[in-house]
Write a protein that binds this ligand. Structure first.
Ligand SMILES: Nc1nc2c(c(=O)[nH]1)N[C@H]1C(S)=C(S)[C@@H](COP(=O)(O)O)O[C@H]1N2
Ligand SMILES: [Mo]
Length: 321
């Protein structure tokens, strides 16, 4: 993501170091670090090291739901786990090491607002209660890169059921942790922390809306937004909020962090549409992370059959930004 008042870091992602040069440098540095510390395997694969400490490691892998198929290869974990957007830990894509500072136990999620059953749920209780499954999903960032990953988790509709929304509840508002002592990015005062995102109740109960707790057959690595994030594969990636601590059922449409910063570029709906350019770049095609491939972007990122109906009566709304 980048915003209008450009800082040095705010160059569009596609103008940054070419991927092949970048990857060679990464693996070179990982090799050096591993050698110096004498911890080759762990340093070269922080996700694996994390899985060994995470109390939920024994739950994975979970059964794959075969209803969700891909039109491309799964992105290599070495690529997707080292190229992340997680502004709490910095504005570059290389935050995977910094994100390891996030403590993910104990962790609880507040479910509140317009519900019959407000509650604070411990993450491990949630994991025990929810029907975990694996889904292969595409992910399309608004910056025109994409990946395809095997998320583990459970349908958001299960959590909605547990909460029991009242008839006044129209939207869900999600909030990320806020702790500038742990996340240096949150010391940047001009960002309206914490990260917030929102969905309509109809979107949240669509079968595609997925609460993610794991990836690549393991607990979610911290840079992906452990221990709990959203995956909304038909929307631009910024809607898929990471490291969630609160889910509130509300009457008014929530304003997301990016919408609050730059509403002319990042809106509430943010549905993928290759025909509607971002004000500063085309959305017609995307770069597949970890490859040298570009592909044409699909309407609703290829999920129109499941979600197009949600929007058919919403004339006059900016559905694609
Ligand atoms: N809390 C929080 N959630 C976030 C972000 C962020 O900076 N902070 N970035 C978003 C963006 S722009 C994208 S593309 C995805 C990136 O997810 P990934 O790093 O797992 O690929 O996370 C989204 N969720
Ligand atoms: Mo993104």
């Amino acid at each position: 993501m980048n915003v209008i008042h450009k800082k040095a870091w705010a160059i569009p992602e596609r103008e940054a170091t070419p991927e092949d040069v970048f990857w060679n440098r990464r693996s070179f540095m990982a090799g050096v670090a591993g050698g110096v510390l004498g911890l080759g395997a762990m340093a070269a694969n922080p996700a694996r090291a994390l899985a060994e400490e995470d109390p939920s490691a024994g739950l994975y892998p979970v059964q794959r739901n075969k209803a969700f198929t891909l039109d491309r290869d799964v992105t290599a974990e070495s690529a997707s786990s080292t190229y992340n957007n997680f502004y709490e830990f910095g504005t570059s894509k290389q935050i995977s090491k910094a994100a390891q500072a996030l403590p993910i136990r104990p962790w609880s999620v507040v479910v509140d607002g317009l519900v019959d059953n407000p509650q604070t749920i411990d993450i491990d209780d949630m994991l025990a209660k929810m029907p975990l499954e694996e889904r292969l999903y595409r992910h399309r960032c608004v910056e025109a890169w994409s990946m395809a990953v095997p998320w583990s988790g459970f349908p958001l509709s299960e959590l909605v059921k547990l909460a029991g929304p009242t008839s006044d509840a129209k939207y869900l508002r999600f909030e990320t942790f806020n702790d500038p002592k742990i996340a240096p990015g949150q010391k940047q005062g001009w960002y309206p922390w914490p990260y917030v995102e929102g969905l309509t109740l109809a979107e949240a109960t669509n079968d595609l809306a997925f609460m993610v707790t794991g990836v690549y057959g393991k607990p979610l690595a911290k840079q992906f937004g452990a221990p709990l994030r959203l995956a909304l594969p038909w929307k631009y990636g910024f809607k898929s909020i990471k490291s969630i601590v609160r889910i509130s059922f509300v009457k008014e449409r929530p304003v997301g962090l990016w919408e609050a910063i730059q509403s002319s570029e990042y809106g509430f709906w943010a549905n993928v549409n290759p025909g509607v350019p971002h004000p500063r770049w085309s959305q017609a095609s995307e770069r597949l992370l970890g490859t040298s491939e570009r592909r044409n972007t699909l309407m609703f990122n290829g999920y129109g059959e499941q979600v197009a109906d949600l929007y058919k009566d919403l004339k006059g709304e900016a559905l694609y930004m």
